[in-house]
Write a protein that binds this ligand. Structure first.
Ligand code: A3P
Length: 299
């Protein structure tokens, strides 16, 4: 089946999820051909749930290099987090397999694909997956702003009510949102050493605790005495800092041409309150309750 995504994109449904049609062949190739390495790290998320933040945190935890004088190179000053950590299935959509082969280990990627669409080699190897989830109302508002921001020039802005209608039907890129989150949640319960499930709101509420948890999961634990190091990671990857870095104020992503600045809007919890009507809140809350009932998941 085919649907319009907010009248911008044609979406096609495959195994219950909606994708932009032009990526489906690459996605299928990825699913059958990708060979995961045991030290790969895959950052998984639905769109607009904190992927940029998670990438920045992982870059700080895993990736800082040293200059000849011993000082650390702050990689986030050099490139946007999405230009450091690339979307795994893009290598297949855009036929960049030689680049994939040339990558040094440990390789870190991201994916927006649902768990059920991941290659068996990811599921069966020892590689690790970190999933970041966010409450559905803020995710939707962030998604709506994002697509309005990257609309082609002279296109009419997409109305909130129409976008909401698609979102609650699950018709959006990599939707339905709730199914996406639930698949990863259930997998994290079965296999917590393989899949770490994080929440955007927890990172906001207890950043130090969550960063320590993430670093331990990535086998780079901070010791009790490493508080300054933890603070440094949090400051380097903070919204305020990243938003104001020259590289993110200007420039576009090398693959997609999306402006770097579009990944840094507000960075708050609860922005949905500024644009939802009572009916919208009630409608989305009801779906969330129904979908997550009995799962132990609360967003
Ligand atoms: P808002 O639109 O609510 O501001 P993604 O990275 O998955 O595309 O998600 C984007 C959302 O994360 C946006 O939310 C963006 O502002 C927020 N964000 C980006 N970088 C962040 C950071 N370092 N800390 C907290 N939030 C961040």
């Amino acid at each position: 089946p085919k649907e319009k995504f907010w009248e911008i994109l044609d979406l096609y449904q495959l195994d219950g999820y909606w994708y932009s049609g032009d990526v489906i062949p690459g996605m299928l190739a990825f699913k059958s051909e990708f060979e995961a390495l045991s030290d790969d790290v895959i950052l998984a998320s639905s769109m607009k749930t904190g992927t940029t933040w998670l990438k920045a945190l992982c870059i700080c935890i895993m990736g800082n290099q040293r200059k000849n004088d011993g000082d650390e190179v702050d990689q986030l000053e050099v490139k946007n987090p999405h230009d450091h950590i690339k979307c795994l299935e893009y290598f297949y959509y855009f036929n960049l397999l030689s680049k994939l082969k040339d990558m040094q280990s440990p390789r870190v990627f991201n994916t927006h694909l649902p768990y059920s669409a991941l290659p068996e080699s990811i599921k069966n190897s020892e590689c690790k997956i970190v999933y970041i989830a966010r409450n559905p109302k803020d995710t939707f508002v962030s998604l709506w702003h994002f697509f309005n921001q990257i609309l082609p020039p002279n296109t009419e802005p997409y109305r909130l009510e129409k976008a909401y209608d698609s979102f609650i039907k699950g018709i959006h890129l990599f939707g339905p949102f709730h199914d996406h989150v639930l698949e990863y949640w259930q997998e994290s319960l079965k296999n917590p050493n393989k899949l770490l499930f994080l929440k955007y709101e927890d990172l906001k509420r207890d950043p130090k605790g969550e960063v320590r948890k993430l670093a331990s999961f990535l086998c780079r634990p901070f010791g009790d005495e490493d508080n300054d190091e933890v603070d440094k990671v949090l400051w380097r990857s903070s919204f305020e800092r990243l938003k104001n870095l020259e590289v993110n104020k200007n420039g576009k992503l090398s693959d997609s041409g999306v402006p770097n600045s579009s990944f840094f809007r507000l960075g708050n919890v609860g922005d949905w309150q500024n644009c939802f009507t009572d009916e919208m809140k009630q409608g989305l809350d009801e779906i969330t309750c129904k979908k997550f009932e009995g799962s132990g998941l609360d967003l």
